[in-house]
Design a protein around this ligand. Sequence first.
Ligand code: NAP
Length: 361
Amino acid sequence: MKKFNVGIIGATGMVGQRFATLLAEHPWFNVTLLAASPRSRGKTYREALGPRWSMTQPLPEKLASLVLYDATADIAEITRQVDFVFCAVDMPKAEIRALEEAYAKAECPVISNNSAHRFTPDVPMIVPELNADHSGIIPAQRARLGTKRGFVAVKSNCSLQSYVPALFPLHAGYGVQDVLVCTYQAISGAGKTFATWPEMVDNVIPFIGGEEEKSEQEPLKIWGSIVGDEIVPAAAPRFTAQCIRVPASDGHLAAVFVRFKNKPTREQILAHWAAFSGIPQAAGLPSAPKQFLHYFAEDNLPQTRLQRDLEGGMAVSVGRLREDSQYDYKFVCLSHNTLRGAAGGAVLMAELLAYQGYLDQ
Ligand code: NAP
């Protein structure tokens, strides 16, 4: 694979910092440019971050002295210097939509963590093990934008990165019909730490704005299919969700109840989870977990703190599969929200798109 020069837009944020740590030693992607808001423009990465660096790893030395660009004002210069960008910014949705399309129209592909384009019909929303074929919509998007190379591809919301992968391999054989899910989500999902959000210590907040809608609707786009120039969301399964903020630093856990059209046995479910893999595993993409779904037989696993970093935070942990008195089965699953759920998932998506040839000149 050729080496790509890449930029991180929103480099100072929680997700941007994850990109910085994940990409510092990446075999295919070389970070040569960082950008954020006008407040950060002209400062070195170290200066712009100040005390905000929240990763357990030290700030990568080769990025610390890079001088930040303004993500909006400097688009022409940024897109001249890099092959594509990763984007995770905290801005109004309409501004993010315009910003990402401006990069794409300047022939710079955008791999986005933002929600703004998730329901744009010709923008693929890819979980690489599940719907790698949705990249097939990119030629239609390029035709709409009038670009040769530029396009936007998005990552789905972090809340669903555990339960959708667990349900996906069961759908074809048994027809997943109804899913009730309750998520227990870490504070880094709001871009916060316990230092910046002390109200979360010893507390639970039963509301995360917009999260329940995303948790119910985004899975249907992932399950959708390309029809003409758009991705048409699937009509089933039906999802209902409650999303709760809990005092964990990282890691979103989900308690799932599921009803099937044809109820599988417990052994069949476990066999599908053990066997499930996708293009990332077959192609040996650099950030792919070797085993995507790990089942834990112990009654008290998976736990947020113990399993969130499994396989570099890119694997999904599942446990407590048992029959339910109202649904067919219930189980618990967990994924790291800023790794698999955000920056790590976006890096894996970029590796997939590079492997499929969509990032070539
Ligand atoms: P965050 O920590 O608040 O960081 C926000 C970033 O946006 C900073 O780099 C900030 O730069 C930049 N920014 C703010 N206003 C800007 C502007 N006008 N122009 C350019 N850059 C601007 O947020 P985050 O948690 O990293 O989230 C970023 C995005 O990722 C959001 O869309 C969020 O929904 C999404 N996301 C987050 C997670 C998660 O687990 N945290 C998961 C999935 C998706 P300055 O430092 O210069 O202000």
